[in-house]
Design a protein around this ligand. Structure first.
Ligand code: SF4
Length: 307
């Protein structure tokens, strides 16, 4: 394997960042800024997505978030975990990180990459319905300051499935957000879930084709799993929800990735949860094993590559 596709048979986000930051090893560092979510605070709905662990939901942190402290602790952790780190992307992952008045977004994000040591950029997780025009303008300005990725949750290409999971937005809302954020100078990553009940046997191909047709630089693929404290966790515990096993997920990931463009990177191909929260099987915690299984399927050889 060579070029864009790389040793694992797809373009990894690590490769993508190596291209963006030549000669430097960049890692994402999660920060919690105390946002809420329109699907939890009543703006769109209450209760959240059926798979969302919102037990930990709090309507904002008490006082301003200690970003500097989180940053220092995160850097120390990532340095212990990885042999080499030359810079960090501040990753605002939890909840909806554009769901706030513009002045709050400005206070938080303006110049933050300069204030945090070794910060080379930002990544903001959000929803299609939390990107109003003024926010998109602000993000456009922000992208002039620093490397910026906006991660947008789509999850499914079908309105009936979005409704079943209580996403609080439809597919049209996602495409509207994609149109309005196109050509704004920041990268976009789209999140999808494989293994949704009733998604249809061709879901990997449908989603892969949809993603390949979008001007997005990267994607994240989640497996459906059952998490304690969620609507679908309760359905799973009651025997009303089946989740895919490892083999089914590996097969689906392989089929989806086969449809992506070679320039599109995969940031994630399996999502896990800690033991204390995970109700379904723990195979998803073996991310390296899942990666190797996808590679074996793609390459047809019995053993994974060594790195
Ligand atoms: S949009 Fe995200 S944070 Fe909000 S309820 Fe859904 S999964 Fe949870």
């Amino acid at each position: 394997m060579c070029g864009n596709v790389g040793v694992w048979g797809y373009r990894s986000y690590r490769q993508h960042l190596e291209d963006r930051f030549p000669g430097r090893r960049i890692r994402k560092l999660c920060l919690q800024a105390g946002f809420t979510c329109p699907n939890l605070d009543g703006t769109v709905a209450r209760g959240g997505c059926a798979y969302c662990d919102n037990a930990a939901f709090a309507p904002g942190l008490e006082g301003p978030p200690d970003l500097a402290g989180q940053w220092d602790r995160g850097r120390a952790f990532l340095r212990r975990r990885h042999r080499r780190v030359d810079g960090f992307i501040a990753y605002f992952q939890a909840f909806t990180n554009t769901h706030a008045p513009l002045n709050r977004l400005r206070r938080l994000y303006d110049g933050v990459a300069d204030r945090l040591p070794q910060c080379v950029g930002l990544s903001l997780g959000t929803r299609p319905d939390a990107l109003p025009p003024a926010t998109v303008e602000f993000l456009t300005d922000l992208a002039r300051q620093t490397f910026l990725t906006v991660e947008i949750g789509l999850q499914s290409d079908r309105d009936d499935l979005l409704k079943a999971m209580n996403r609080g937005h439809d597919v049209a809302s996602f495409h509207d957000a994609m149109r309005r954020t196109d050509g704004r100078g920041f990268e976009r990553c789209v999140h999808v879930i494989l293994g949704l009940p009733g998604e249809g046997p061709d879901a990997p191909e449908r989603l892969g084709d949809l993603l390949a047709g979008l001007a997005v630089e990267s994607v994240k693929i989640h497996n459906l799993h059952a998490v304690r404290g969620t609507g679908w966790g309760r359905a799973f515990a009651a025997g009303h929800l089946a989740v895919p096993d490892r083999k089914a997920h590996v097969d689906a990931v392989h089929r989806l990735m086969a449809r992506l463009r070679p320039d599109q990177a995969v940031q994630r191909l399996v999502a896990d949860a800690p033991d204390r929260l995970l109700l379904s099987d723990s195979w998803c915690q073996d991310k390296r094993g899942v990666l190797e299984s996808v590679w074996r399927l793609a390459s047809g050889v019995p053993k994974g590559p060594c790195r």
